[in-house]
Design a protein around this ligand. Sequence first.
Ligand SMILES: Nc1nc2c(ncn2[C@@H]2O[C@H](COP(=O)(O)OP(=O)(O)OP(=O)(O)O)[C@@H](O)[C@H]2O)c(=O)[nH]1
Ligand SMILES: [Mg+2]
Ligand SMILES: [Zn+2]
Length: 332
Amino acid sequence: MTVDLAAYGWHGNPPSGDGVLGRIVRVDRGECDAITAHGLLRVLSDSQRAQSETAPATGDWVQIDQDAQLGPLIDAVLPRANTVSRRDPSEAVIEQVLVANVDVVLIVHALDRPLPPGRLERFLIVAQDSGAEVALVLTKADRVEPSSEIEATIRAVAPEVPVLVVSLNQEQTQGLAAVEALLSAGRTVALLGESGAGKSTLINALLGEDQLPTGDVRQSDNKGRHTTVSRELVLRPAGGLLVDTPGIRAVGIWDAQEALDRVFGDLETLAGTCRFNDCAHDAEPGCAVTEAVKSGAVDARRVGRYRALHAELAEQRQREEERQRKNQGRRR
Ligand SMILES: Nc1nc2c(ncn2[C@@H]2O[C@H](COP(=O)(O)OP(=O)(O)OP(=O)(O)O)[C@@H](O)[C@H]2O)c(=O)[nH]1
Ligand SMILES: [Mg+2]
Ligand SMILES: [Zn+2]
């Protein structure tokens, strides 16, 4: 069997050196599935290396060596074009790479549940931080039409992000063409969103077959049951690659200063004109942000979320500094 790795997103010539080129399509504990020119390989990720250097993530390109005792082993993770990352929820300062080498991030939200602006902002920051193209997909339009509230939230939080609306149930499929337009051979599209949002359902519809398991949602509150448990990259026969991910509710933000500028750029600019450099935009005199709220130019709730995110980033930086100090102490 020979697999065309260009269909899996490889551009150009194979890298020099020994070993087999592969792309990680799924990561389990200590082991991964990698697609290579010779087909799918179950490979060991070097656990020692995984802790010190780069641990492989779904979407990574890797160099695979044959170990006499252990069999196929990941020798190196090739430099990444980009990553979709968040903070590890258990380890506040560790970057967790969700997917590597992504061209498009789709934020998936089901219309039968509320869309708190703060949550959309966070998903947006994580998605935009990757540098990939970003679009928002609203699912279950057959059940619930987009409400004016959701439309207002999107206008306020993500005015430039394309919004695609889909209905995917047994009787009808609507809006799929706009999603298909984002796909083409070799392009990697990763889906992010809460459990039950319809990520796996959407991927199945794009594949044209029920390849991935999908799950019921609880009747009481429309919440999902975490059906998808690993991040998995699948090839669409008609062209393109799709990465399914387990539902995440809240995303911790990784190194998000740049994305903060993007989502709250107007407020960052405004904050630059406050009288004090370290203005907290609370009760300080000469605060341009508070004045803009008073004049009605800026929404007070949005400023609240901006301040909360700022505080979180400051805390994150402080913890990171402490950690570095501790590490230095240990080294001495
Ligand atoms: N009516 C309707 N139901 C949908 C639509 N999209 C998804 N569903 C249903 O919503 C439920 C959850 O869908 P999944 O695709 O499993 O959701 P998910 O985002 O993959 O969830 P996790 O894997 O738990 O993160 C399933 O019962 C789907 O059939 C839609 O457009 N319309
Ligand atoms: Mg799923
Ligand atoms: Zn201020």
